[in-house]
Structures are given as structure tokens and as C-alpha cells.
Design a protein around this ligand. Structure first.
Ligand code: ADP
Length: 334
């Protein structure tokens, strides 16, 4: 299990929920997105209307779910949570839509994985606040148009590019979340340590921040693992030694890369001679879904200058070889 993925068990999920910022002003970093969103929400509040539909994109663990919850909280509105993969049929979505309350925030995680018929139903509902409910089956089935109260869809996707344009166009506000800077992650960690009531040394906070892959979810998970280490093997303080020891136990390397990241890099450098190699081939080599490699591992590797994307596939950049402790090969033919 990669540290970034959300397929964690219930305990992890509960621990994560406890550390979620509830208000926009508690949300660390992403200043531009925060400013823009606060304007959208203030304007909606002044008009006494539900805010425009919001689309949030970005790699996992950067705060999309948290922002959806914050939008509902800031509007004093109820929140409904579902996801693309959870909606099998258009009828499932129609049932959700037709039960929404006025002003409700509907969070649709992994919206790019909605099936096509559900997606089409969603356009209409977002645009006209209307949904056709199908009653009966086969030749006797009929569509009953139903008017919906105003509501706000908050869609989340790991890649906005995966959304069909007609769906993307239904969102009045679109924001892309980027990886966090180390000083922002330090603030996330200090806040979380405060909430958990554990003493976190500044040096440990800095070490964890620099090795959290730019991702608040990972920073919080590592913090809990350091707390484990400190309680079991240390003296309870989250010191630099405790931080480094826990990072070793969980095989987080100097750049913060986890096992999946390193598997991708290693396959790219050693099995495919540095590439270019197609995404699917690379994914098979590391035993993962192409989408996981593309949306979970790759964005950070690209950002760190380890991997490049070319029209012919993924390539290892010189820093990748160096990071793995391998000799950078000479360009072929020399
Ligand atoms: P996503 O939906 O993008 O995968 P989440 O919203 O679930 O990410 O965030 C994962 C965890 O990281 C949450 O527990 C939340 O507490 C924390 N987190 C994310 N963004 C921030 C932030 N800007 N400030 C503080 N904590 C954050």
C-alpha cells in the first residue's frame, strides 16, 4: 500500500478525519485557490444562493475532500458524499439527485470515473436543475421530469484532462491543487501535532515536511508513524531521531519517495534502459493500474525532475539514475 492512496483502513480514515481543517482559514497553503474560493463563497452568501459548481483537480492527498467539506461548512449547508465508481447506473445518480435538499453540497469524488449515462444525467442536473426519473421497465417505462432545488456539485478528479469538455464546462469554478512547499507542510504538521497533543521538535517537523512528497495526507500519516516510534522505542518525544527512524522503518527515502515511486523509477531505469516506455507497459512492470501510475506516482516524479513525459512515452531523467545510486548512462550511439 502506497502512503498516498486513500484505500486505507477505517482506523486510518478516522485518524485522517480528525485532522481535517473545518474552515477555509484553517486550510494551510494553496493561497490562490483559497482566495478565489472565498470570493465565490462570499458572493453566494451575499446573494443567498447556492455557490456555482466547483471542480477540484490534483493528485491524491492534497485536500480536495477537505475543501468540499469546508465549502459545505462555510455555507452552513448539508453535505452528501459519493464517488464516480460508487455510482453504477444513471438511476443511482438520479436517486441521489432527487433526494438533495436545497443548497446541499454534493461531493463527487473521482468524477472522471462516472459511467457515460450517469455523466449525461449529471450535465442536465447541473445546468437546468432537472432530472428525468425513469419509472417502470422495458416498453412500459416512462421518464418523469423532476425539478431539483438549487444545489452545488463539488467534483474532484486526479486529472481534469480526463473529464469530457461538456462536463468540465458545467463547473463555474475550477481549481487545480498543486504539491505543497516544505514550509506549508511544516505548518500542517505543527497543527496536527497540536491536535494530537504530541510534542513535535521543530527539527523533526522540518525533516518530515521535506520527506512528505509535497502531500499533507502523507505528512499526517508519517506524523502518526513517528508518534508510534516515539512511544514504543523512544521517550515519547517526536525528535529528529524518532522521525528519521520511523521514516527508515516505512522505507521513505531522502526525497520522500515511497515504494511505488521507487518501483516505477527502477523499472524505468533498469528494465527499460531509461525509456521511452509507454504508460501501460510501465504499469504492468510494477504490477499497478496505469491510472495509479499516472495519477499517484508520476506527478511527483515529474515535479522532482526524475521522470519526463514525451510523446513516445516516459523517460528517466539523469536525476533518476543518480537518486537510485546508478551511473547515468551515456546517450546511445556514443
Ligand atoms: P484528497 O481528497 O485530495 O485526496 P484530502 O482532502 O482527503 O485529500 O486530504 C488528506 C488529508 O490531508 C486530510 O486528512 C487533511 O487533514 C489533510 N490536508 C489536506 N490539505 C490540507 C491543508 N491545506 N491544510 C491542512 N491539512 C490538509
Amino acid at each position: 500500500e502506497s502512503l498516498v492512496q486513500s484505500g486505507a483502513d477505517d482506523l486510518e480514515r478516522a485518524a485522517e478525519a480528525a485532522l481535517r481543517p473545518r474552515r477555509l482559514e484553517e486550510f494551510v497553503g494553496q493561497r490562490v485557490v483559497r482566495d478565489q474560493l472565498s470570493l465565490v463563497l462570499d458572493a453566494a452568501r451575499n446573494r443567498g444562493k447556492a455557490p456555482d459548481h466547483v471542480l477540484l483537480s490534483g493528485p491524491p492527498g492534497l485536500g480536495k475532500t477537505t475543501l468540499a467539506m469546508i465549502i459545505a461548512a462555510e455555507m452552513g449547508a448539508p453535505l452528501r458524499v459519493t464517488s464516480g465508481p460508487a455510482i453504477q447506473h444513471a438511476g443511482d445518480l438520479a436517486a441521489v439527485l432527487s433526494s438533495l435538499e436545497e443548497g446541499e453540497v454534493l461531493f463527487l469524488d473521482e468524477i472522471h470515473r462516472l459511467a457515460r449515462p450517469a455523466e449525461e444525467l449529471l450535465y442536465m442536473a447541473m445546468e437546468d436543475f432537472r432530472v428525468d426519473v425513469i419509472v417502470g421497465k422495458g416498453a412500459g417505462a416512462s421518464a418523469i421530469p423532476l425539478t431539483l432545488p438549487p444545489f452545488t456539485v463539488v467534483g474532484a478528479t486526479t486529472r481534469a484532462g480526463l473529464l469530457p469538455a461538456p462536463l468540465r464546462d458545467r463547473f463555474g469554478f475550477t481549481a487545480h491543487l498543486d504539491f505543497y512547499a516544505a514550509d506549508e507542510l511544516e505548518r500542517v504538521l505543527v497543527r496536527s501535532a497540536g491536535l494530537l497533543g504530541v510534542p513535535l521538535d521543530p527539527a523533526a517537523a522540518a525533516e518530515l515536511a521535506s520527506r512528505s512528497r509535497g502531500t499533507p495526507r502523507i505528512a499526517n500519516r508519517l506524523l502518526r508513524r513517528v508518534r508510534d516510534w516515539a512511544e514504543v522505542r523512544g521517550d515519547g518525544t517526536l525528535s529528529l531521531v524518532a522521525a528519521r527512524s520511523a521514516l527508515d522503518v516505512y522505507e521513505v527515502d531522502g526525497l520522500g519517495l515511497d515504494r511505488l515511486d521507487r518501483a516505477v523509477l527502477t523499472a524505468l531505469c533498469t528494465r527499460f534502459g531509461g525509456g521511452p516506455v509507454g504508460l501501460t507497459t510501465l504499469a504492468v512492470a510494477v504490477g499497478e493500474e496505469p491510472e495509479t501510475v499516472e495519477t499517484v506516482a508520476e506527478p511527483f516524479l515529474v515535479r522532482e525532475g526524475l521522470v519526463g513525459r514525451t510523446p513516445r512515452g516516459r523517460v528517466a531523467l539523469p536525476a533518476a539514475w543518480t537518486h537510485l545510486g546508478l551511473e547515468v548512462p551515456h546517450p546511445s550511439g556514443t
